[in-house]
Write a protein that binds this ligand. Structure first.
Ligand code: COA
Length: 296
Protein backbone atom coordinates (compact mmCIF):
# COMPACT_ATOMS: atom_id res chain seq x y z
CA UNK A 1 0.00 0.00 0.00
CA UNK A 2 1.35 3.48 -0.80
CA UNK A 3 1.89 5.74 2.15
CA UNK A 4 -0.38 8.84 1.98
CA UNK A 5 1.57 11.99 1.36
CA UNK A 6 0.32 13.74 4.49
CA UNK A 7 1.59 11.00 6.80
CA UNK A 8 4.09 12.53 9.27
CA UNK A 9 6.80 10.08 8.19
CA UNK A 10 6.26 10.60 4.42
CA UNK A 11 9.18 12.20 2.58
CA UNK A 12 8.30 15.66 1.19
CA UNK A 13 7.22 15.48 -2.45
CA UNK A 14 10.09 16.32 -4.80
CA UNK A 15 10.10 19.74 -6.46
CA UNK A 16 11.15 20.27 -10.04
CA UNK A 17 11.10 23.02 -12.66
CA UNK A 18 10.24 22.12 -16.25
CA UNK A 19 9.01 23.83 -19.39
CA UNK A 20 5.41 25.06 -19.32
CA UNK A 21 3.42 23.55 -22.19
CA UNK A 22 -0.02 24.19 -23.67
CA UNK A 23 -1.67 21.43 -21.62
CA UNK A 24 -0.60 23.29 -18.42
CA UNK A 25 -2.65 26.36 -19.34
CA UNK A 26 -5.79 25.44 -17.32
CA UNK A 27 -3.81 24.93 -14.11
CA UNK A 28 -1.64 27.99 -14.81
CA UNK A 29 -4.82 29.98 -15.33
CA UNK A 30 -6.13 28.72 -11.99
CA UNK A 31 -2.97 30.07 -10.30
CA UNK A 32 -3.72 33.37 -12.05
CA UNK A 33 -7.27 33.28 -10.65
CA UNK A 34 -6.02 32.62 -7.12
CA UNK A 35 -3.85 35.75 -7.40
CA UNK A 36 -6.82 37.80 -8.72
CA UNK A 37 -4.98 38.87 -11.88
CA UNK A 38 -6.64 40.01 -15.12
CA UNK A 39 -5.05 37.79 -17.81
CA UNK A 40 -7.10 35.39 -19.95
CA UNK A 41 -6.29 31.88 -21.20
CA UNK A 42 -5.60 33.52 -24.58
CA UNK A 43 -2.82 35.50 -22.89
CA UNK A 44 -1.17 32.23 -21.74
CA UNK A 45 -1.28 30.96 -25.33
CA UNK A 46 0.50 34.19 -26.29
CA UNK A 47 3.34 33.69 -23.77
CA UNK A 48 3.98 30.24 -25.24
CA UNK A 49 3.95 31.71 -28.75
CA UNK A 50 6.36 34.52 -27.81
CA UNK A 51 8.87 32.22 -26.05
CA UNK A 52 7.94 28.52 -26.32
CA UNK A 53 11.20 27.40 -24.66
CA UNK A 54 11.18 30.15 -22.04
CA UNK A 55 8.03 29.53 -19.96
CA UNK A 56 8.31 27.41 -16.82
CA UNK A 57 6.18 25.33 -14.46
CA UNK A 58 7.19 24.33 -10.93
CA UNK A 59 5.93 20.92 -9.87
CA UNK A 60 5.69 19.45 -6.42
CA UNK A 61 5.13 15.75 -6.93
CA UNK A 62 3.02 15.73 -10.09
CA UNK A 63 1.14 18.94 -9.30
CA UNK A 64 1.91 22.26 -10.97
CA UNK A 65 2.29 24.81 -8.15
CA UNK A 66 3.99 27.72 -9.87
CA UNK A 67 4.71 29.46 -13.17
CA UNK A 68 7.04 32.02 -14.76
CA UNK A 69 7.24 33.33 -18.33
CA UNK A 70 9.93 35.17 -20.27
CA UNK A 71 10.09 37.26 -23.42
CA UNK A 72 13.25 38.39 -25.22
CA UNK A 73 13.25 41.88 -26.67
CA UNK A 74 16.03 41.37 -29.21
CA UNK A 75 19.44 41.55 -27.56
CA UNK A 76 18.46 44.59 -25.49
CA UNK A 77 16.71 43.02 -22.52
CA UNK A 78 14.45 40.18 -21.48
CA UNK A 79 11.24 40.30 -19.46
CA UNK A 80 10.04 37.95 -16.73
CA UNK A 81 6.34 37.68 -15.97
CA UNK A 82 3.53 35.54 -14.58
CA UNK A 83 5.55 34.59 -11.49
CA UNK A 84 2.83 32.80 -9.55
CA UNK A 85 3.06 30.30 -6.70
CA UNK A 86 0.09 28.46 -5.22
CA UNK A 87 -0.75 30.04 -1.83
CA UNK A 88 -0.17 26.69 -0.05
CA UNK A 89 3.34 26.39 -1.48
CA UNK A 90 4.67 29.90 -0.79
CA UNK A 91 7.80 30.60 1.29
CA UNK A 92 9.36 27.27 0.34
CA UNK A 93 11.65 28.61 -2.39
CA UNK A 94 9.41 27.85 -5.40
CA UNK A 95 9.29 31.49 -6.57
CA UNK A 96 13.06 31.82 -6.31
CA UNK A 97 13.60 28.54 -8.21
CA UNK A 98 11.27 29.72 -11.01
CA UNK A 99 13.13 33.04 -11.24
CA UNK A 100 16.48 31.25 -11.49
CA UNK A 101 15.11 29.11 -14.34
CA UNK A 102 13.69 32.15 -16.15
CA UNK A 103 16.91 34.17 -15.81
CA UNK A 104 19.10 31.22 -16.86
CA UNK A 105 16.95 30.69 -19.94
CA UNK A 106 17.22 34.37 -20.93
CA UNK A 107 21.00 34.43 -20.29
CA UNK A 108 21.46 31.26 -22.35
CA UNK A 109 19.84 33.12 -25.25
CA UNK A 110 22.24 36.06 -24.93
CA UNK A 111 20.14 38.43 -22.81
CA UNK A 112 22.28 40.46 -20.42
CA UNK A 113 19.66 42.69 -18.77
CA UNK A 114 16.52 41.20 -17.22
CA UNK A 115 13.55 43.41 -16.39
CA UNK A 116 10.17 42.90 -14.73
CA UNK A 117 7.31 44.75 -13.08
CA UNK A 118 7.12 43.50 -9.51
CA UNK A 119 4.18 43.31 -7.14
CA UNK A 120 5.10 44.13 -3.53
CA UNK A 121 5.18 40.35 -2.83
CA UNK A 122 7.41 39.69 -5.83
CA UNK A 123 9.77 42.54 -4.93
CA UNK A 124 10.57 40.66 -1.68
CA UNK A 125 11.86 37.81 -3.83
CA UNK A 126 13.72 39.87 -6.46
CA UNK A 127 15.62 42.25 -4.16
CA UNK A 128 17.71 39.49 -2.55
CA UNK A 129 18.41 38.17 -6.06
CA UNK A 130 20.12 41.45 -6.98
CA UNK A 131 17.30 43.21 -8.86
CA UNK A 132 17.25 47.01 -8.51
CA UNK A 133 14.31 49.40 -8.62
CA UNK A 134 13.94 51.54 -11.75
CA UNK A 135 10.71 53.38 -10.86
CA UNK A 136 7.19 52.78 -9.66
CA UNK A 137 4.02 52.05 -11.63
CA UNK A 138 0.41 52.52 -10.67
CA UNK A 139 -2.46 50.38 -11.84
CA UNK A 140 -5.46 52.66 -12.37
CA UNK A 141 -9.00 51.36 -12.40
CA UNK A 142 -12.16 53.11 -13.49
CA UNK A 143 -15.30 52.84 -15.56
CA UNK A 144 -15.06 54.06 -19.16
CA UNK A 145 -17.28 57.13 -19.43
CA UNK A 146 -19.89 57.26 -22.14
CA UNK A 147 -19.24 60.21 -24.40
CA UNK A 148 -20.28 61.58 -27.74
CA UNK A 149 -18.78 60.46 -31.05
CA UNK A 150 -15.12 60.60 -32.01
CA UNK A 151 -13.74 64.10 -32.40
CA UNK A 152 -12.29 64.94 -35.80
CA UNK A 153 -8.55 64.37 -35.50
CA UNK A 154 -5.60 62.48 -36.93
CA UNK A 155 -6.73 59.30 -35.17
CA UNK A 156 -7.36 56.24 -37.40
CA UNK A 157 -7.69 52.49 -36.88
CA UNK A 158 -4.41 50.54 -36.97
CA UNK A 159 -3.93 48.77 -40.30
CA UNK A 160 -1.46 46.06 -41.30
CA UNK A 161 0.24 48.58 -43.59
CA UNK A 162 1.14 50.90 -40.73
CA UNK A 163 2.49 48.19 -38.41
CA UNK A 164 6.19 48.45 -39.42
CA UNK A 165 6.24 52.23 -38.76
CA UNK A 166 4.25 51.77 -35.57
CA UNK A 167 6.66 49.09 -34.31
CA UNK A 168 9.61 51.46 -34.93
CA UNK A 169 7.82 54.29 -33.11
CA UNK A 170 7.03 51.95 -30.21
CA UNK A 171 10.64 50.71 -29.96
CA UNK A 172 11.96 54.21 -29.26
CA UNK A 173 9.56 54.65 -26.34
CA UNK A 174 9.75 51.09 -24.96
CA UNK A 175 13.53 50.75 -25.32
CA UNK A 176 13.53 47.74 -27.68
CA UNK A 177 11.65 46.50 -30.74
CA UNK A 178 8.77 44.19 -29.80
CA UNK A 179 7.15 43.32 -33.15
CA UNK A 180 5.56 40.07 -31.92
CA UNK A 181 3.83 41.71 -28.96
CA UNK A 182 2.58 44.76 -30.88
CA UNK A 183 1.44 42.73 -33.90
CA UNK A 184 -0.34 40.06 -31.85
CA UNK A 185 -2.15 42.53 -29.62
CA UNK A 186 -3.19 44.77 -32.49
CA UNK A 187 -4.66 41.81 -34.39
CA UNK A 188 -6.48 40.45 -31.35
CA UNK A 189 -8.83 43.44 -31.03
CA UNK A 190 -8.56 45.54 -34.20
CA UNK A 191 -11.60 47.54 -33.10
CA UNK A 192 -9.65 48.75 -30.04
CA UNK A 193 -6.44 49.83 -31.77
CA UNK A 194 -5.82 53.41 -32.95
CA UNK A 195 -2.91 55.40 -34.33
CA UNK A 196 -2.42 59.15 -34.68
CA UNK A 197 -0.45 60.32 -37.69
CA UNK A 198 0.44 63.88 -38.64
CA UNK A 199 2.87 65.50 -41.07
CA UNK A 200 5.81 64.47 -38.84
CA UNK A 201 4.79 60.79 -38.83
CA UNK A 202 3.29 58.71 -36.05
CA UNK A 203 2.48 60.78 -32.97
CA UNK A 204 0.97 58.03 -30.89
CA UNK A 205 -0.94 54.75 -30.76
CA UNK A 206 -3.07 52.77 -28.35
CA UNK A 207 -4.18 49.13 -28.03
CA UNK A 208 -6.58 47.40 -25.67
CA UNK A 209 -7.79 43.87 -25.02
CA UNK A 210 -10.30 41.89 -23.03
CA UNK A 211 -9.11 40.76 -19.60
CA UNK A 212 -10.84 38.39 -17.21
CA UNK A 213 -11.91 41.15 -14.82
CA UNK A 214 -11.68 44.32 -16.92
CA UNK A 215 -10.68 45.75 -20.29
CA UNK A 216 -6.88 46.17 -20.22
CA UNK A 217 -5.67 49.28 -22.07
CA UNK A 218 -2.06 49.39 -23.29
CA UNK A 219 0.40 49.89 -24.81
CA UNK A 220 -0.57 53.58 -24.88
CA UNK A 221 2.33 55.52 -26.37
CA UNK A 222 2.31 59.17 -27.47
CA UNK A 223 4.58 62.12 -28.11
CA UNK A 224 2.50 64.41 -25.89
CA UNK A 225 -0.44 64.44 -23.50
CA UNK A 226 -2.93 65.94 -25.97
CA UNK A 227 -2.34 63.07 -28.43
CA UNK A 228 -2.49 60.53 -25.61
CA UNK A 229 -5.82 61.92 -24.39
CA UNK A 230 -7.35 61.82 -27.85
CA UNK A 231 -6.24 58.21 -28.39
CA UNK A 232 -7.56 57.11 -25.01
CA UNK A 233 -10.91 58.73 -25.74
CA UNK A 234 -11.24 56.63 -28.90
CA UNK A 235 -10.79 53.40 -26.93
CA UNK A 236 -12.90 54.39 -23.92
CA UNK A 237 -15.87 55.34 -26.07
CA UNK A 238 -15.87 51.81 -27.50
CA UNK A 239 -15.96 50.20 -24.06
CA UNK A 240 -18.25 52.77 -22.40
CA UNK A 241 -19.67 51.65 -19.07
CA UNK A 242 -17.10 48.85 -18.63
CA UNK A 243 -14.38 48.46 -16.03
CA UNK A 244 -10.95 49.42 -17.36
CA UNK A 245 -7.39 48.83 -16.07
CA UNK A 246 -4.39 50.95 -17.11
CA UNK A 247 -0.81 50.60 -15.84
CA UNK A 248 0.93 53.97 -15.75
CA UNK A 249 4.64 54.71 -15.20
CA UNK A 250 5.20 57.10 -12.29
CA UNK A 251 7.84 59.18 -14.17
CA UNK A 252 5.12 60.01 -16.72
CA UNK A 253 3.36 62.64 -14.62
CA UNK A 254 1.09 63.64 -17.53
CA UNK A 255 -0.38 60.13 -17.64
CA UNK A 256 -1.25 60.30 -13.93
CA UNK A 257 -2.93 63.67 -14.54
CA UNK A 258 -5.03 62.21 -17.36
CA UNK A 259 -6.12 59.38 -15.04
CA UNK A 260 -7.12 61.95 -12.41
CA UNK A 261 -9.09 63.90 -15.05
CA UNK A 262 -11.06 60.72 -15.76
CA UNK A 263 -11.61 60.02 -12.05
CA UNK A 264 -9.72 56.69 -12.27
CA UNK A 265 -8.25 55.50 -8.95
CA UNK A 266 -5.00 53.69 -8.12
CA UNK A 267 -5.86 50.06 -7.46
CA UNK A 268 -2.34 48.78 -6.75
CA UNK A 269 1.31 49.74 -7.03
CA UNK A 270 4.12 47.90 -8.79
CA UNK A 271 7.87 48.47 -9.17
CA UNK A 272 9.80 48.19 -12.43
CA UNK A 273 13.05 46.40 -11.63
CA UNK A 274 16.13 45.29 -13.55
CA UNK A 275 19.12 43.03 -13.12
CA UNK A 276 22.24 43.74 -15.19
CA UNK A 277 22.99 46.98 -16.97
CA UNK A 278 19.83 48.93 -17.88
CA UNK A 279 21.23 50.37 -21.11
CA UNK A 280 17.92 50.72 -22.95
CA UNK A 281 15.46 52.41 -20.58
CA UNK A 282 13.34 53.83 -23.40
CA UNK A 283 11.45 57.12 -23.06
CA UNK A 284 9.05 56.88 -20.08
CA UNK A 285 7.69 60.34 -20.91
CA UNK A 286 6.17 58.81 -24.05
CA UNK A 287 4.84 55.68 -22.33
CA UNK A 288 1.41 56.68 -21.00
CA UNK A 289 0.36 53.08 -20.38
CA UNK A 290 2.37 49.84 -20.53
CA UNK A 291 1.32 46.70 -22.35
CA UNK A 292 1.03 44.72 -19.09
CA UNK A 293 3.25 43.97 -16.09
CA UNK A 294 4.21 40.55 -17.46
CA UNK A 295 5.37 41.94 -20.81
CA UNK A 296 6.44 45.50 -19.98
C1 COA B 1 5.64 36.44 -4.95
C2 COA B 1 5.57 34.94 -4.94
C3 COA B 1 5.71 34.42 -6.37
C4 COA B 1 6.74 34.42 -4.09
O1 COA B 1 6.82 33.02 -4.21
P1 COA B 1 7.46 32.12 -3.05
O2 COA B 1 7.61 30.76 -3.60
O3 COA B 1 6.68 32.28 -1.80
O4 COA B 1 8.89 32.81 -2.86
P2 COA B 1 10.15 32.16 -2.15
O5 COA B 1 9.72 31.09 -1.20
O6 COA B 1 11.14 31.80 -3.18
O7 COA B 1 10.68 33.41 -1.31
C5 COA B 1 12.04 33.82 -1.37
C6 COA B 1 12.26 34.94 -0.39
O8 COA B 1 11.50 36.09 -0.76
C7 COA B 1 11.04 36.75 0.43
N1 COA B 1 9.60 36.65 0.53
C8 COA B 1 8.76 35.90 -0.22
N2 COA B 1 7.49 36.11 0.14
C9 COA B 1 7.50 37.01 1.12
C10 COA B 1 6.49 37.62 1.89
N3 COA B 1 5.19 37.33 1.72
N4 COA B 1 6.87 38.51 2.84
C11 COA B 1 8.17 38.79 3.05
N5 COA B 1 9.19 38.23 2.33
C12 COA B 1 8.85 37.35 1.39
C13 COA B 1 11.70 36.02 1.59
O9 COA B 1 12.96 36.61 1.81
C14 COA B 1 11.82 34.63 1.00
O10 COA B 1 12.82 33.87 1.66
P3 COA B 1 12.45 33.12 3.04
O11 COA B 1 11.12 32.44 2.86
O12 COA B 1 13.60 32.18 3.22
O13 COA B 1 12.40 34.20 4.09
C15 COA B 1 4.24 34.44 -4.31
O14 COA B 1 4.05 35.09 -3.07
C16 COA B 1 3.01 34.71 -5.17
O15 COA B 1 2.67 33.93 -6.05
N6 COA B 1 2.35 35.86 -4.92
C17 COA B 1 1.16 36.24 -5.68
C18 COA B 1 1.51 36.64 -7.10
C19 COA B 1 2.62 37.67 -7.15
O16 COA B 1 2.57 38.74 -6.55
N7 COA B 1 3.68 37.33 -7.93
C20 COA B 1 4.84 38.18 -8.13
C21 COA B 1 4.69 38.87 -9.42
S1 COA B 1 5.99 40.04 -9.69
Amino acid sequence: MTRPNNSPSAAPAARSIRRLVASDIPVAHELRRLAGWNQTERDWVGYLEFEPEGCFAAEVGDRVVGTATTIRYGDRFGWVGMVLVHPEQRRTGVGTALLHAAIASLRARGVRCVKLDATPLGRNVYLPMGFQDEYGLSRFEGVAPSGSGDAASGVAPITEAILPALIAFDAEAFGAPRPAVVTTLSRRHPELGFVWRDAAGIAGYILAREGTNAVQVGPWIARDAATAWELLGHVLRRVAGRKVFLDVLEPNRAAGELMARLGFKVQRSLTRMFSGENRHPGLPERVFGISSPEKG
